[in-house]
Design a protein around this ligand. Sequence first.
Ligand code: F6P
Length: 343
Amino acid sequence: MARYGILTSGGDCPGLNAVIRGTVLQGQTVHGQEFVGFRDGFFGLVHGDVRTLDRPVVRGISQQGGTILGTSRYGPYTEPDGGAQNITAVLDRLAIDGVIAVGGDGTMAAANRLMNDGVPVVGVPKTIDNDLRATDYTFGFNTAVEIATEAVDRLRTTGNSHTRCMVLEVMGRHAGWIAMYAGVAAGAHAILIPERPESLEQICEWVTSVRRRGRSPMVVVAEGFTLPDMPEAYSRGGRDGFDRPRLGGVADVLAPLIEERTGIETRATILGYIQRGGVPSAWDRVLGTRFGQAVSDLVADGGWGEMVALRGTDIVRVPFSAAVGNIKNVPIEYYNGARAVFG
Ligand code: F6P
């Protein structure tokens, strides 16, 4: 019987458990496959740390946030134990025929490298940031947008009560998808995204015009947004396990600048990990389940080196190379359309 190992890698994301369940159900019911789970992402693969995954284990987990397997930003080539040769030996020892890697761009790049080095891997795209190329949407994004939208709604009532300007920072790394969707959904007066730097003058003009109408300005800013004179996205220091700067904190920079220039009392809120935690939305559970079922079909067909993806309403298969490299940004026309009614 074919036996596969599933791992979840990178930042956790609502819907991961739906993928695990969908894969195991489809695999056992339709293809007669067996599964184990690697604990804590590539760390479990490198160190051969596995747990059984069968129907009783995945029962009722779709509605749970996080991942029952644990996750990490540990890379599969991390010294001293990592590398394709060691991983091949681990797979042989555990009688595992291939790896299903569920993750974002860092994970897909690592999976692509492993594949080129002879390790059989397939991918499932995951990230709240929705910035992975070759798929229209990733699961987790919808839940993050719902949470961020609720946060804007809540900030607006307190902002209105105090006639303050409220600035909400959301996640997304170098893509503005969460900011765009939550900002538009909640009717923010300005949305600031990494794809389009805006000057402080412009931001203050929007804020002031809102106040002139007697309203309390609401600004949504993506963590990767830069003012024109910022050389790179704001980071309070530190790098993650994939050696990328940890972003976050730009709202704390922006709010005092807005207050100083406009004279309008301004408060910053950084939404942070709330966006990633908790119960996945129905949409994310459905997409996660569909991806899970599709990746079981993919390994049954021996589609190593491919990733399942959403195109329109269809689940398709794409090579890793289509997903890695650049990220998927918010199209500038889409941003400009929303921007036309800011202020
Ligand atoms: O990629 C998902 C994400 O939540 C980003 O939006 C955020 O910048 C990053 O992960 C935070 O990562 P960490 O969990 O390593 O702090």
